[in-house]
Design a protein. Structure first.
Length: 344
């Protein structure tokens, strides 16, 4: 019986560094933000305001969205059509089912979207697969989002989708069949970007609340950069500027995990599974997520779907242990120091 221990493998690979040179648009609002908003990035991507009204907030202004038909439109640009992007928002949602970002291309789908869930305690996002029909979704864990200022970042590096809340990575998920390093994997990204609404289940759905700033980048920013933007705060967001703001000089690329030259294990053959993913009998949320990500990756890459079973089932054959299993302990794998992304 072959046993493989999957631990740090599930840590998302490091993203390429990207600073403000990759910024495509930035909108901060003022009392004159009624029909248009100037792009502060210098790229001339001035936004069009539809219905949303400027309101005083903190030491600045935010746009108030009524949840009925208000939205902000970002014009299309070649720099916003690639497989990598970051969108950042300072928002204060006042109602659930508030839709934040979308790039609609047909009556039923978007190239990507992000919205606050129906319970007001989750943020969802999705990116369209190269097959033009599969949607890759991920969602944050339960936490209060309504009636408070929240900094949200939605990134895609061509392989992974990530959501950050208040400067910290909240969730991530794999995207598409690997490798796609040199391909444009997101279809139909030649439409305007909508802020404050998204097209979902046959109709437009809108955001209710305040938005103080919107930024878009042509790269997937790394966690340090997003943390620095959050720490810098915003004038319209009371008490948002943190003294722990990270300077650009402090930003360092995330370390990459070296791949060893050890023996290989056959996981699939001829499109059929040859291995089983095993999780602890008391697997926690993130262990289950890691197992599902691995299952999803293998299926996309090979067409074979590995089964996920509890160690209680006493599986045989080639086994992949995810998390702190007795199986791994018996195989002599020391997982005491195993940590997931962010220390989870």
């Amino acid at each position: 019986m072959a046993v493989a221990m999957i631990g740090l493998l599930m840590y998302a690979p490091a993203m390429p560094a990207a600073d403000d040179a990759n910024e495509m648009f930035r909108y901060s609002f003022n009392k004159s933000s009624v029909e248009t908003i100037a792009d502060e990035s210098g790229n001339g991507l001035n936004g069009s305001i539809h219905g949303a009204q400027p309101v005083k907030s903190g030491d600045g202004y935010a746009l108030a969205f009524d949840g009925e038909n208000d939205y902000l439109e970002v014009p299309d640009h070649p720099g916003l059509r690639g497989q990598q992007f970051t969108f950042e928002l300072w928002m204060k949602p006042t109602a659930a089912k508030s839709h934040l970002i979308a790039r609609k291309f047909s009556a039923g789908r978007s190239s990507y979207m992000m919205h606050v869930g129906s319970d007001g305690s989750h943020i969802y996002c999705c990116v369209l697969d190269p097959d033009r029909s599969t949607e890759h979704w991920t969602t944050t864990r339960n936490q209060p989002l309504l009636d408070r200022w929240v900094h949200v970042a939605f990134t895609c590096d061509g392989h992974w989708v990530r959501l950050y809340i208040d400067g910290k990575l909240a969730t991530f998920a794999p995207l598409g069949k690997l490798p796609h390093a040199d391909e444009r994997i997101i279809p139909y990204v030649d439409n305007p970007i909508n802020v404050g609404r998204s097209f979902y289940l046959t109709k437009w759905r809108y955001f209710t609340g305040l938005i103080a700033e919107v930024r878009g980048f042509s790269q997937a920013l790394n966690p340090q950069e997003i943390g620095a933007h959050y720490a810098a705060g915003h004038p319209a967001v009371p008490d948002s500027k943190r003294p722990t703001a990270i300077s650009k000089k402090q930003i360092k690329p995330l370390p990459r995990i070296a791949v060893g030259d050890g023996p290989s294990i056959e996981l699939t053959a001829g499109g059929k599974p040859r291995a089983t993913i095993v999780i602890p009998r008391d697997a926690k949320h993130w262990t289950g997520e890691a197992a599902r990500w691995l299952q999803h990756y293998v299926e996309l890459a090979t067409g074979a779907k590995l089964a996920i079973v509890s160690e209680d089932t006493a599986p045989a054959g080639t086994l992949i242990s995810v998390g702190h299993t007795e199986l791994a302990t018996r195989a002599g794998v020391d997982a005491d120091d195993l940590k997931w992304d962010g220390g989870r």
